[in-house]
Design a protein around this ligand. Structure first.
Ligand code: TMP
Ligand code: MG
Length: 212
């Protein structure tokens, strides 16, 4: 029998929904329960491509919109060989944002259709589970001001949310929406239980390709 593989779990959602906190807690919780698990955060600002993306986000550099979209995608592709290796070694990978953020943010700019936005990410490892941390714009506002990076405004975030809703209509993907207004601990427990169920279900199934 082939070795059991790890699951690919993506965390998506609007800014301040708690993706990064929950990503860290999930990996800690899974490890404490005896699973092998790693976290990858996209964009990964540590690579050369990631540094370009970061300088764009902090407004040090202006990049043309198509160009930056492709750089975000390239920043995912540069991780794919290692991600596949780990998944096949039985390591579950939690990604803090993935191709869905890539599509939702560029599509929210208004002049890029969903289909164009998806193309560069077609064929990436397909997540076994996409957890959408849902927080209403009002609740997000209560969590304090946005930072100063590009995209951090409530009007733009509202458009991003609408793009996420369009992506969620794709029933070939395993979207699960969770209520991100709960306490950190309650949300963590809910997410960990959904993640463990998915890991169990997919361990003997082949890894698929996204949007193919
Ligand atoms: P972060 O705040 O999670 O570090 O993400 C940085 C910003 O980059 C955030 O506003 C979302 C945006 N983004 C894209 O525009 N495209 C992408 O592919 C990804 C992963 C993030
Ligand atoms: Mg941010």
């Amino acid at each position: 029998m082939a070795a059991r593989r790890g699951a690919l779990i993506a965390l998506e959602g609007v800014d301040r929904a708690g993706k990064s906190t929950q990503g860290r807690r999930l990996v800690q919780g899974l490890r404490a329960a005896g699973h092998k698990a790693d976290l990858i955060r996209f964009p990964d600002r540590t690579t050369e491509i990631g540094q370009l993306i970061s300088s764009y986000l902090v407004r040090e550099k202006d990049l043309e919109d198509h160009t930056v979209h492709l750089l975000f995608s390239a920043n995912r592709w540069e991780h794919v060989p290692l991600m596949k290796e780990k998944l096949h070694q039985g390591i579950t990978i939690v990604v803090d944002r993935y191709a869905f953020s890539g599509v939702a943010f560029t599509n929210a700019k208004g002049n890029f259709c969903l289909d164009w936005c998806k193309q560069p990410d077609v064929g990436l490892p397909k997540p076994d589970l996409i957890l959408f941390l849902h927080l209403s714009p009002e609740e997000a506002a209560e969590r304090g001001n946005y930072g100063h990076e590009r995209y951090e405004s409530s009007s733009f975030q509202e458009k991003v949310l609408q793009s996420f809703y369009c992506l969620m209509e794709d029933k070939t993907l395993n979207w699960k929406t969770v209520d991100a207004s709960q306490s950190i601990e309650d949300l963590h427990r809910e997410i960990k239980s959904i993640a463990e169920k998915t890991m169990e279900e997919v361990q003997n199934k082949p890894l698929e390709e996204l949007w193919k």
